[in-house]
Write a protein that binds this ligand. Structure first.
Ligand code: DX5
Ligand code: ZN
Length: 222
């Protein structure tokens, strides 16, 4: 288990994203989570490859790029070129998930599949061996600052079991409404990468908040 904290810059000041990355890193962030939204798959619009490329120039930790876009196949190369270390795609957006995952890996980027809250874990049954990580959404995607959906811990545990049964040590990531009140529970359920937006950048001291989240998460180990 390699517990990683991934602050989401969605809740940071978009006029000062480079500073936000630096502050999160000062708090011990292991990854920077970047939420890409297209106004089609989700109602919100955020950022594209140009901003990811700018972030890659200042970030010292890997960029974890979460694509909430229709037809992500069109943009895998652009985000890989921009410097993404991890790219995840929603299973709800792709017809040929195996091909999409292979195309991400072909670029030397870690490939993840994302499940919306209403999407059953069995959607990953035939591809569990091939994934570098699985992202379990614990809110409906589109906005930061939403409440964690109860029952997501059980889903995390089911994904962990699916990967274990496939002999795949890939990490389970959780995204949405994660904070110090539920961090230990999601880790105990099997989450290894914790994304947090509001719980980090919605505070007056994002570095301290990142450290606090890690301390809370570590209480879920063992
Ligand atoms: C939601 C995004 C999340 C978001 C999480 O669609 O995928 O990454 O930034 O923000 P919080 O932690 O505030 O729920
Ligand atoms: Zn996200």
């Amino acid at each position: 288990m390699n517990l990683r904290i991934a602050p989401s810059i969605l809740s940071a000041d978009f006029a000062a994203l480079g500073d936000a990355v630096g502050v999160a890193e000062a708090g011990g962030a292991d990854l920077i989570h970047v939420d890409v939204m297209d106004g089609h798959f989700v109602p919100n619009l955020t950022i594209g490859p140009l901003v990811v490329a700018a972030l890659a120039r200042v970030a010292r930790v890997p960029l974890d790029v979460h694509l909430m876009i229709a037809d992500p196949d069109r943009y895998v190369d652009a985000f890989a070129d921009a410097g993404a270390a991890m790219i995840s795609v929603h299973v709800e957006t792709v017809t040929h998930l195996h091909r999409t995952i292979a195309s991400i890996k072909d670029r030397g980027v870690q490939a993840g599949a994302v499940l919306n809250p209403s999407t059953h874990v069995s959607a990953l049954g035939e591809i569990a061996r091939d994934l570098d990580f699985v992202l379990v959404m614990s809110v409906n995607p589109g906005f930061g600052g939403q409440s964690f959906i109860d029952g997501s811990e059980a889903k995390i545990a089911r994904v962990r079991r699916l990967l274990d049964d496939a002999g795949n040590p890939a990490a389970v990531e959780v995204d949405g409404g994660v904070d110090c009140s539920n961090a230990a529970r999601v880790v105990a359920a099997g989450a290894e990468i914790l994304v947090a937006g509001a719980a980090v950048f919605g505070t007056s001291d994002p570095a301290a908040a990142t450290r606090a989240l890690r301390a809370a998460a570590e209480r879920g180990l063992n």
